[in-house]
Design a protein around this ligand. Structure first.
Ligand code: C2E
Ligand code: CA
Ligand code: CA
Ligand code: CA
Length: 279
């Protein structure tokens, strides 16, 4: 037994230590990343299915780490959330995205909305209302051109507190979307009370929508229900023309996905807008 324990210590513990050590060192690096300008934003177009035009852009953060190269947000956002660093990171994203949308409006003489992902932690431990107001006043962007993407999971916490904040944001005039809809803590009974404008159907439902009868039923139902509540619907992760045509048939309002475009660095997004490409 002693021998076994020794082996475990030799083989398993170091592996765990390595993982912890990596998370710890990423956290240290994150502290430095903001001031050293290691973050950039990519923008993925959302296409309006009523007229085929690019109506808005989701900002997606990228971390260009000095030695590790590109680190995926799936890897560092959870570390940023648990360490509290998500607050200054999101403030940076909000400011950057709002300035960018202001620039598009001036340069292309048409309003392009910009969407920013907001973590649940920002509702618990941050002051999301004041951070949003600050980004709007710094950039001069009209509130209705800023969209905040939040997940259903924020409703798991103090629902009344979250609702109050969402109502304040809504009164400010910014748009609110429920991201990854259908994957989180399901709160259908709360949906009718939320001051949200859009529902984003998660990509896992859009995937194989043609061959997977269950996904098709769920997507159709979410669209019908959302429209009843007065929400518009975005389908995420649209990759093929078959998926697009199906979504068109069932009354989806907006699509986002590789079929039209991957997330783009800002110079490429500018080219896309300049070309006036539509669906
Ligand atoms: P999300 O908000 O659900 O963003 C959509 C993700 O799907 C993005 O991954 C996007 O690149 C990817 N995607 C878009 N179209 C397609 C498609 O057609 N097929 C496939 N397979 N994927 C597609 P990304 O950029 O790696 O971001 C992953 C997640 O990281 C985001 O999921 C979001 O939860 C988080 N994230 C990204 N940027 C930020 C940020 O600035 N703040 C916060 N809090 N979270 C962020
Ligand atoms: Ca999102
Ligand atoms: Ca999503
Ligand atoms: Ca997601």
């Amino acid at each position: 037994v002693k021998q076994q324990a020794l082996h475990q210590e030799l083989f398993f513990v170091p592996a765990m230590d390595a993982q912890l050590a990596q998370a710890y060192s990423l956290e240290q690096d994150l502290h430095r990343a903001i001031n050293h300008q290691e973050f950039i934003l990519n923008y993925q177009p959302k296409v309006d299915l009523h007229d085929g035009s690019v109506s808005s852009a989701e900002s997606l953060i990228r971390w260009l780490h000095p030695t590790l190269g590109l680190v995926s947000p799936a890897k560092f956002i959870p570390i940023a959330e648990s360490s509290g660093l998500i607050l200054p990171i999101t403030r940076w994203v909000l400011n950057e995205a709002c300035m960018q949308a202001m620039h598009w409006q001036l340069e292309f003489s048409r309003p392009i909305k910009v969407a920013v992902n907001i973590s649940g932690t920002h509702f618990q431990s941050g002051d999301i209302l004041s951070d949003v107001q600050q980004a709007l006043s710094n950039s001069g962007l009209a509130p209705h051109l800023l969209e905040l993407e939040i997940t259903e999971n924020i409703m798991m916490d103090d629902f009344n507190a979250v609702l109050t904040t969402l109502e304040q944001l809504s009164e400010l005039g910014v748009l609110l979307s429920i991201d990854d809809f259908g994957t989180g803590y399901s709160s259908l009974k709360y949906l009718q009370h939320l001051p949200v404008n859009r529902i984003k159907i998660d990509q896992s439902f859009v995937k194989n929508i043609i061959n997977n009868a269950g996904n098709a039923v769920i997507t159709k139902s979410v669209i019908a229900m959302s429209h009843q509540f007065g929400f518009s619907v975005v389908a995420e992760g649209v990759e093929t023309s078959d998926e697009l045509n199906f979504l068109l048939q069932i009354g989806c309002d907006t699509i986002q996905g590789y079929y039209f475009s991957k997330p783009l660095p800002v110079e490429k997004f500018d080219c896309l807008l300049a070309s006036n490409r539509s669906l």
